[in-house]
Design a protein around this ligand. Structure first.
Ligand SMILES: *[C@@H]1O[C@H](CO)[C@@H](O)[C@H](O)[C@H]1NC(C)=O
Ligand SMILES: *[C@@H]1O[C@H](CO)[C@@H](O)[C@H](O)[C@H]1NC(C)=O
Ligand SMILES: *[C@@H]1O[C@H](CO)[C@@H](O)[C@H](O)[C@H]1NC(C)=O
Ligand SMILES: *[C@@H]1O[C@H](CO)[C@@H](O)[C@H](O)[C@H]1NC(C)=O
Ligand SMILES: *[C@@H]1O[C@H](CO)[C@@H](O)[C@H](O)[C@H]1NC(C)=O
Length: 941
């Protein structure tokens, strides 16, 4: 029974006050018994606690021994739906909070945090089943049939916890500390039903979680990205598991591969029980991507003497796979995945018995390396090919909710835009993320986060986090070991960044590197995402963090200073990412919406936090007003915003790809800041919280969404042919035309420029001064259309089409006045002529099969046509082959639309209506129109 809370956006105070009382005082939830875990009879493959009962110590007191005893009445406790949830996430699931309401306007600021400043309890029951032996557990047995050991495995609890089983303390908060600390604890002596009983005894697992403080604890923080969740993410945010093994268990399996097919498994085995010599073997059964067995290599192990339990050793199991199927990033090829299941057996002269079996480990055969070039810029290679990382920074959900379907939808958007990399800054999520990246061919740059406890190194006085103590180095070690084990086997791993804004001190560096190496880490370890300094042991990381994070004009990106397109930019962008009205109205009230254009300098709750340089849209709006003209309405503001956003991301990505093969100083990679937002935000994303794509998304897609294109350099006024694939080579032609706002052709270049596409490269088209000469003809504003066609001459298929709107007046930057987050502009480009353009009439036709035709019937360009797909008045989640399209008079294009037919709500992707579809089209100088579509297929992305 969920509480029925009436909520009206106009009375948030009432709602939140009410809600607070409910949390503290009213045990109102009916209890159906939580789905208890019952272990399978076989050894190996840990079982996950499926759900939890949750309650505050304010409500149930602090007697952990009593609370972890069997038979407690938990009918007044909240219950999670799944195996993990932070406190706030659990209360959302229980209906105490409602995120539609919490995210609306500034409601989140009104939640009282005091409910989360006390410990809370997570409680679950489990049975270990009948094992039919005598269950000597930690005692002797020498690997005999009677040995069965139970382990409790944590994978990270935010941020400190005491763990009890059946009234006994298993581990305290000094050891189970850090949101990424995962360990195995022997609970054999504490469980009931361990052989001696009848197998149905209920065991109680109780986890007491302590409040998280981002500056004191190793947690998952958000710096200035968004408001902090009221509980700072406290709770069991990752799975907790119970495992049962014989005397020897498998802790982890690492995989190292060579393109020749050599595969080396590093199987960490741990001795849990028995004394004296103990030997046996490890065997890994390998299946190829088609499911055929391709090997069963083995290797022996031996624990010598009476060295006590807890001993660990790495057993290396090797083989060579013939005709290996190579794993590639998506843009270069397929993602064949092998898997291996490893078994450890103990043997005595008379018998051999299985002691533990790993979960299947999926791996791909690929290699990754990095080097510093002559400019100290990092350059990655994948399968020996130079790999230009084009990515964006990922964040978890504000309440650390994790949905595989949502992540899949996000990764589809990543690929659809043409990105090949995702950076996880201290948001390591769950195993499913890595599995999905492996399957979809997305490279991952993982690493620890900046600016809080994680960077509280002895020398660093700039972060807000408390300095590390001796104990903290231990937490860092445990965290790194757990994450290395989680990630190592995944072919999608590109690098691990042990520091972000700052580099770890030497002691931390040694710990991190040793932990990664202990798990056979075989892709680059990067000292930090910036070049403020580096530890000697790792050397320069070769990444730059020089901004910008706020608006800069397109011409910024092909300069040679700061964040411009050279080297590897680890987090940078023009700060854009404004959602369209359909999304904005889900989280802003009318006053907030009007503020966007009527109070351009106001601090906004859905920007960065109030202590941040990014609390207002001042820098962005100043440029928007100057370049596109003062907005006349909210609609007009949003139309201009999408043009500015598109222009910003396209120019950034164009610049980095056109400098990929630069002789002076290549652009080796960029991570756009950011990919997504933890909650509904007004900036720093390529798609919004509801997974809808707008200007920033289609700007990126225009730059890199096709494997080849011709892109424009605003500064040098040059065109470059970019080819991102590995195979095709061939002749191309390029057609360039400049048209003014009245539809007059100001000039063309040649009758087809011939060029050769060469794999994985960019090169300047040899046009001399033709482009600058052409652009001299611009009076106020004109459109530069660049077509890339297959084959020589002019008749070939159009491979890419790009239209740039250019001003006679360039943006002028004041580089000397740059800050860490932007470079100011002293004179702005002027696009206001767009506002006085004649109307263009556009024909829209549904062509079936997911195709929509557009034709400009007018005599002037039809500018920045936005297409949306609607079911009734609801916008359907869809992606277009291109969007925000500008068409020449008489020109027609055919666009593909992929319908996702789902929406994003409450932390999950949910089914959305996709019946009775219509396309709505509107543009800068094109009146809105609607056209019904008879059939729209949903092509695979
Ligand atoms: C949450 O609140 C919104 C608006 O206030 C309401 O429409 C929605 O039904 C609520 N969701 C739940 C699960 O109660
Ligand atoms: C199993 O043992 C428990 C106590 O150890 C007892 O309460 C329960 O009735 C027994 N169940 C069966 C099916 O024998
Ligand atoms: C969350 O962490 C911040 C420090 O980053 C701290 O000021 C705040 O009190 C914490 N909130 C809770 C509920 O502990
Ligand atoms: C292992 O590979 C086989 C064959 O491809 C497949 O059926 C199975 O699902 C894989 N297991 C995992 C966990 O990926
Ligand atoms: C491009 O190639 C075509 C066909 O080979 C040829 O007719 C044309 O003159 C070439 N164009 C230029 C500008 O060289």
């Amino acid at each position: 029974m969920a509480p029925s809370l009436s909520y009206s956006p106009t009375t948030p105070q009432f709602f939140l006050h009410h809600l607070f009382l409910l949390i503290l005082a009213t045990p109102f939830l009916a209890s159906t018994a939580a789905a208890a875990l019952s272990l399978p009879p076989s050894l190996g493959q840990p079982s996950t606690i499926p759900s939890w009962k949750i309650q505050s110590s304010t409500t149930v007191g602090d007697d952990a021994v009593a609370l972890s005893s069997p038979g407690l009445d938990t009918s007044s406790w909240y219950e999670t739906k799944g195996s993990k949830a932070t406190l706030v996430a659990a209360l959302l699931e229980s209906g105490v909070y409602n995120d539609t309401a919490l995210f609306f306007s500034d409601n989140l600021a009104k939640v009282d945090q005091s409910a989360f400043q006390v410990p809370w309890f997570y409680r679950a029951e489990f049975g270990v089943g009948s094992v039919g032996g005598n269950g000597t557990g930690g005692g002797g047995g020498n690997g005999s049939t009677t040995t069965r050991v139970y382990q409790l495995k944590t994978n990270g609890i935010s941020s400190r916890a005491d763990v009890f089983v059946n009234g006994e303390l298993v581990v305290g908060k000094d050891v189970q500390a850090g949101a990424y600390t995962g360990r195995s604890y022997d609970i054999t002596g504490k469980v009931l039903g361990n052989g001696g009983g009848n197998g149905t005894e209920s065991n109680v697992l109780l986890i007491k979680v302590y409040p998280t403080d981002y500056n004191r604890d190793f947690a998952l923080g958000f710096v200035d990205w968004n408001p902090y969740p009221p509980d700072n993410g406290t709770g069991v945010w990752r799975d907790v598991q119970i495992a049962q093994t014989g005397a020897v268990g498998i802790e982890d399996v690492s995989v190292k591969t060579e393109l020749s097919g050599e595969v080396k498994f590093g199987v960490d085995v741990r001795r849990w029980a028995s004394s004296g010599d103990l030997e046996g073997e490890v065997e890994c059964t390998i299946l190829d991507p088609q499911g055929q067995a391709v090997g069963k290599p083995q290797a022996p192990f031996k624990f010598v003497g009476d060295e006590g339990n807890g001993q660990q050793q790495k057993v290396v199991v090797e083989t060579k796979i013939s005709d290996p199927q190579i794993w590639w990033p998506k843009q270069w090829g397929a993602q064949p995945l092998y898997n291996a299941t490893c078994t450890v057996s103990t043997s005595s002269p008379s018998s051999k018995e299985v002691s533990d079996t790993s979960s299947p480990v999926r791996f791909g055969i690929r290699t990754v390396s990095s080097s510093l070039n002559a400019h100290d810029d990092i350059l990655f290679t994948v399968n020996n090919h130079p790999f230009q990382a084009l990515g964006a920074g990922y964040t978890s959900d504000i309440f650390l909710r994790f949905s595989p379907s949502k992540l899949r939808a996000q990764f589809q958007l990543v690929l659809d835009m043409g990105l090949n990399t995702v950076r996880l800054e201290g948001k390591q999520e769950h195993a499913e993320l890595y599995t999905l990246a492996d399957e979809m061919g997305i490279m991952l740059m993982a690493g620890w986060e900046c600016c809080d406890k994680w960077e509280g190194w002895t020398y660093n006085d700039e972060g807000s986090g408390l300095k590390w103590t001796d104990a903290d180095y231990g937490i860092a070690n445990a965290s790194m070991r757990h994450e290395a084990a989680l990630m190592q086997s995944h072919p999608s791993m590109l690098a691990f960044l042990v520091g972000s804004d700052f580099w770890p001190d030497d002691r931390a560096t040694d710990i991190y590197v040793a932990a990664l190496r202990a798990h056979d880490w075989d892709v680059p370890i990067v000292s930090s995402a910036s070049q403020r300094g580096f530890p000697v042991a790792l050397g320069n990381g070769g990444m730059k963090m020089e901004g910008p994070y706020d608006w800069v004009p397109p011409i910024y990106w092909t300069d040679t200073r700061l964040g411009a397109a050279f080297g590897f930019g680890s987090e940078l962008g023009a700060g854009v990412g404004t959602p369209e009205i359909e999304s904005l109205s889900r989280f802003l009230n009318d006053a907030d919406l009007q503020d966007l254009w009527q109070s351009p300098n106001k601090g906004l709750y859905h920007m960065s936090t109030s202590v941040s340089a990014f609390y207002t849209r001042e820098i962005y709006n100043e440029a928007l007003w100057a370049r596109y003209g003062a907005p006349t309405s909210l609609d007009d503001y949003l139309q201009k915003v999408q043009m500015a956003d598109y222009e910003a991301t396209r120019a950034q990505f164009d610049a980095f790809v056109l400098r990929w093969s630069d002789i002076e100083r290549p652009a080796t990679g960029l991570i756009y800041w950011m990919l997504n937002n933890a909650w509904p935000s007004l900036h720093w994303n390529l798609f919004d919280y509801y997974l809808r794509a707008a200007g920033s998304y289609y700007g990126v897609k225009a730059a890199i969404g096709r494997s080849e294109s011709v892109v424009y350099d605003y500064r040098a006024r040059e065109l470059h042919l970019v080819y991102r694939g590995l195979v095709a080579e061939g002749r191309r032609s390029v057609a360039v035309e400049l048209m003014d706002t009245k539809g007059v052709v100001l000039g063309t270049i040649g009758h087809g420029i011939n060029a050769t596409a060469t794999p994985n490269s960019s090169h300047k088209l040899p046009l001399g001064t033709q482009v600058p000469d052409l652009l001299e003809k611009i009076q106020d504003v004109a459109f530069l259309r660049v077509l890339l066609k297959d084959g020589e001459g002019t008749g070939g298929k159009v491979l890419s089409r790009n239209v740039y709107w250019l001003s006679a007046r360039e943006d002028v930057l004041d580089w000397d006045a740059s800050t860490w987050y932007h470079t100011p502009v002293t004179s702005f480009a002027n696009f206001t002529a767009l506002n006085g353009m004649d109307k263009a009439e556009v024909d829209v036709s549904g062509k079936g099969g997911g195709k929509v035709g557009l034709e400009n019937k007018g005599s002037v360009p039809a500018v920045f046509l936005r297409l949306g797909l609607y079911s009734g008045d609801n916008e359907v989640r869809a992606t277009w082959s291109e969007n925000y399209v500008t068409l020449w008079p008489g020109e027609s294009v055919e666009l593909d639309v992929a319908v996702h037919g789902d929406d994003y709500e409450g932390g999950e992707v949910v089914a959305g209506g996709a019946g009775g579809l219509e396309v709505r089209v509107s543009g800068k100088n094109v009146d809105a129109k609607r056209v019904k579509l008879d059939s729209v297929d949903a092509p695979e992305l």
